[in-house]
Design a protein around this ligand. Sequence first.
Ligand SMILES: NC(=O)c1ccc[n+]([C@@H]2O[C@H](COP(=O)([O-])OP(=O)(O)OC[C@H]3O[C@@H](n4cnc5c(N)ncnc54)[C@H](O)[C@@H]3O)[C@@H](O)[C@H]2O)c1
Length: 284
Amino acid sequence: MSIKKVSVVGAGTMGNGIAHVFALKGFQVNLVDITSEFVDKAFLTISKNLDRQVKKETIKEEDKTNALNNITKVVGVENTPVDSDLVIEAIYENKETKIGIFNIIDKLIKADSIFASNTSSISITELSANFRPENFIGMHFMNPVPMMQLVEIIRGYSTTDNTFSIIKELTLKLDKVPVEVYDYPGFISNRILMPMINEAVFALMEGVASAKDIDTVMKLGMNHPMGPLTLADFIGLDVCLAIMEVLYDGFNDTKYRPCPLLKKMVAAKKLGRKTGEGFFKYDK
Ligand SMILES: NC(=O)c1ccc[n+]([C@@H]2O[C@H](COP(=O)([O-])OP(=O)(O)OC[C@H]3O[C@@H](n4cnc5c(N)ncnc54)[C@H](O)[C@@H]3O)[C@@H](O)[C@H]2O)c1
């Protein structure tokens, strides 16, 4: 099966990035969200991000024009085109809502198309149980999608080798690097990243060092581009906590217990950059 038409459901941070990379590589992309305002905003973001690439001379003006021409705006998941070869779901991280979306598109879209979710932490096996589980897979893109090379490709319990190899080939066509991952909590990226961030919060809570110094150790000592607490602020402390809870529940292992300081900061709505304050302060 050759994938030509891709529908991206959810045109937020990740959805507009995913639509951007597919459209730039010549795929027909349907960009789907709840309202025309959301879809228009995503289209504008893609256009601005393409402009930046033109300025940097990584693409030509005509590449930008072609990419934008490859995108069709769609309002309402029930209007997702029937002939989509691949549907990538990128709505917010909530299992029930995601299952609701797949329930709608499963009844709409042709039987041999592939379903993918960009979830950061929800089990692909659980999401896919009722909807063509053999043709269901995780495509975990990284933020910002046009810049980041990695795509974790997550095999649910029933994902076939055929589905996996189609998605792996597709990822290579996007000039991204696919990594094959089996479906366990946090996949690889968050299973390793989030406990590191959580441990940095424990170190802060226990007064081992200041937030700035904890980040300096990891930046200068380990050559990380960003310290773990700065990164947590960037990701959002609520997102970090939710993923720690997925790890804790999924493994039933106390080594994944979320740090009480992380919980307290989320309760206080100090969520990082998006609220102007997390471990550090930001101009609003
Ligand atoms: N932000 C990140 O850094 C990041 C990285 C990797 C993976 N993810 C995962 O990607 C997914 C999306 O995250 P995001 O940060 O882009 O979220 P976001 O909140 O920026 O965007 C979600 C979009 O989905 C839309 N949406 C909600 N319900 C919908 C529906 N019924 N039909 C159509 N559209 C609907 C919203 O209007 C919104 O535009 C999540 O599963 C998240 O865990 C996020």
